[in-house]
Design a protein around this ligand. Structure first.
Ligand SMILES: C[S@@+](CC[C@H](N)C(=O)[O-])C[C@H]1O[C@@H](n2cnc3c(N)ncnc32)[C@H](O)[C@@H]1O
Length: 202
């Protein structure tokens, strides 16, 4: 089964499999957000993060390749009375307009091989305005011990070294590794080994 089919099947459920509330790390970054401006949420799935950013006053573009996920994102936005621009695209073939976004959010997007990931992150960097905020979260290799979600392929995990190599030039860069009890929908629950990053594009 292709990745596309796998996600279509996963999202073909009445519930929001990662919940309707934003990722806990993203929510913890609320005070860093500008009170208006533009935000890009990549691989935004059922829209919990993009919709929350819109609720915070940002003009949001949400990209994912799953139409079923995006149908749920559309319904979530409607329930909250906000607008989100949904773009259905394969992020391995999608190019954002350069220097467009004040905020970019990359939460649990570990579906790319290293070359594809580098290209995606280059694209994300180009898409941010100078001074724009990047908020990123993913799993570290320790997540293999927990088995509570995340990639199954070792090269797709993030380490401090990897994130520093790619985003080391960002201002006020903060990278944090932690082991936390997650409770984000039915499919992100239990002890998890997480790495998070915030920083501003130079
Ligand atoms: C673990 S989910 C995370 C969803 C969302 N970021 C969240 O935190 O709720 C990974 C997402 O990546 C999307 N995805 C996987 N491969 C993709 C690709 N090549 N292009 C676009 N989206 C993709 C899936 O459809 C899914 O929504």
């Amino acid at each position: 089964m292709s990745e596309y089919e796998r996600w279509e099947r996963r999202y073909d459920a009445p519930r929001y499999i990662f919940g309707e509330e934003p990722n806990a790390f993203l929510a913890s970054c609320e005070s860093m957000l500008p009170d208006h401006g533009t935000a890009l949420a990549v691989a935004d799935g059922e829209g919990r993060n993009g919709v929350w950013l819109s609720r915070k006053g940002l003009t949001v573009t949400s990209v994912d390749f799953s139409p079923t996920g995006q149908q749920k994102a559309r319904a979530l936005a409607r329930n909250h009375g906000v607008n989100v621009t949904l773009i259905q695209a394969d992020l391995h073939n999608w190019t954002a307009s350069p220097e467009t976004f004040d905020v970019a959010v990359d939460i649990f997007t570990q579906f790319s091989d290293p070359d594809q990931r580098q290209a995606r992150w280059d694209n994300l960097k180009h898409a941010l305005k100078h001074g724009g905020l990047l908020i990123l979260a993913g799993y570290t290799p320790k997540q293999l011990d927990y088995g509570t979600g995340g990639p199954k392929v070792f090269e797709r995990f993030y380490t401090r070294g990897l994130l520093t190599d790619v985003f080391g030039d960002f201002h006020q860069l903060v990278i944090t590794e932690s082991e936390v009890e997650m409770s984000e929908g039915s499919d992100h629950t239990g002890m998890s080994a997480i790495i998070t990053l915030t920083g501003f594009k130079p």
